[in-house]
Write a protein that binds this ligand. Structure first.
Ligand SMILES: Cc1ncc(COP(=O)(O)O)c(C=O)c1O
Length: 401
């Protein structure tokens, strides 16, 4: 993994001399290059899982690159439409689609839905009838594997995402004339870093999915494999090979006999474009452990506390000092506010800044900014080499009532 490109490093260094609170920087130039590579193939239709980063300028880059959009809430839908995206390019996934939400989505022009329960199928049909339209529907399937691995997306555990094949057997598709059942959706494994493992999981899915489609008399036109493509969070971890993935996906497409293969990418699309920088407040030795206390922590980057997986951290300034293990803590009064143990130069001190990479996905909006009334983090973008502030650091009076 490369650390910081020169434009990003220069931008963060400049900002660190002006401000004393944490901020995010998203490198949209690097993002553009990455997205151009992802769309340069014809095997898989790509959707952007907006939950990864709903920032308007990020959505605009995905739109320009030709991605479609997977939204899981009214807020995400409105944010995507506000960027000028046509609702025909929007797909709705998510376990909590109430009749009211479905009604709103149809009113706003959305026609493609992933149904996660028998009730959702019924409500989709009712709302489509009321608004006199036809919807394209994929059924979300939850499979079980014998090796029983766990994963933030559930892996082999029971989750509320979709239904098992046995439960879907109760569906009689002919009872829902307003719905075109065009395929199946399956996604149970997040942040996978091996294309072989992904290919193996995907290929195990083909037979049970084909069987389910045949049981339900669904012509399997579309297979949606969700997200799950990983990015390395450890400095020495491997990166996925896009070419190997496309080859694996082409095989799945052939084996499953589907006309269209879809994926909704979050982390793999935008994760690497984001960086989070925070000042160091102090360093102390405690029970022989080097502890670094920072201005920002899980109030701005919650993910390490919920997944036990740290974002890679580096010292912003160059240092020739030898590395030493240091535990990094944020400002919240909970032991959960720890961004991990990292090897950092042993001259690190209270005048320094730390930079966390891979923060473009599941960063700012996946966090807990209100606890303890600290500032919201600033957000910046670099586009065509120009640094622009897209969010000021709001202090707690902004959100306290
Ligand atoms: C339905 C769905 N699709 C796609 C994604 C994006 O996953 P990833 O970030 O692994 O690409 C998610 C993430 O939770 C999801 O719930």
């Amino acid at each position: 993994m490369t650390f910081l490109s020169t434009p990003v490093k220069n931008a963060i260094t400049e900002l660190s001399t002006k401000f004393d609170t944490p901020f995010f920087v998203y490198d949209l130039d690097t993002l553009n290059t990455h997205l151009a590579r992802l769309v340069a193939q014809t095997e898989v239709k790509l959707w952007y899982a907006v939950k990864a980063n709903p920032l308007s300028s990020v959505i605009q880059r995905l739109d320009n690159a030709g991605f479609n959009f997977d939204v899981a809430s009214k807020g995400e839908l409105e944010q995507v439409l506000a960027q000028g995206v046509n609702s025909e390019r929007v797909l709705n996934t998510g376990p909590a689609k109430s009749p009211k939400q479905i009604k709103h989505f149809i009113e706003r022009g959305v026609r493609i839905f992933v149904a996660e329960s028998l009730n959702q199928v019924r409500w989709l049909n009712e709302q489509a009838n009321l608004q006199n339209c036809q919807l394209q529907v994929l059924l979300r399937v939850q499979l079980r594997w014998p090796d029983g691995e766990k994963n933030p997306l559930g892996g082999d555990s029971l989750t509320p995402f979709g239904l098992g094949c046995d439960e879907w057997q109760a569906l009689n598709t002919s009872n829902y004339p307003a719905l075109s059942f065009d395929g199946l959706h399956i996604f149970q494994w997040g942040n996978m870093l091996s294309s072989d493992k992904l290919a193996q999981l995907w290929s195990q899915m083909v037979a049970p999915l084909q069987q389910l489609a045949s049981d339900l008399a669904i012509h399997l036109k579309v297979l949606d494999l969700g997200g799950g493509l990983g990015i390395p969070y450890a400095l020495d971890a491997p990166t996925l090979s896009w070419d190997a993935l496309i080859a694996a996906l082409a095989k799945i497409k052939r084996d499953a006999g589907v006309k269209e293969l879809w994926m909704e990418l979050g982390r793999y699309a935008v994760g690497e474009c984001g960086h989070y920088a925070t000042p160091v407040v102090e360093r102390k030795l405690n029970y022989s452990q080097q502890q670094v206390i920072m201005s920002g922590g899980i109030n701005h980057l919650l993910r390490p506390a919920v997944t036990n997986q740290d974002f890679p951290a580096r010292l912003l300034r160059d240092s020739n000092a030898a590395n030493q293990a240091m535990s990094l803590y944020g400002p919240l009064c909970t032991a959960l506010d720890c961004l991990g143990e990292h090897q950092l130069p042993n001259d690190l001190n209270e005048h320094d800044w730390l930079v966390f990479s891979q923060c473009g996905a599941y960063g700012f909006t996946e966090s807990m900014p209100y606890f303890l009334c600290h500032e919201l983090a600033r957000e910046y973008v670099i586009q065509n080499g120009v640094l622009t502030c897209v969010r000021q650091a709001e202090d707690a009076s902004y959100y306290l009532r």
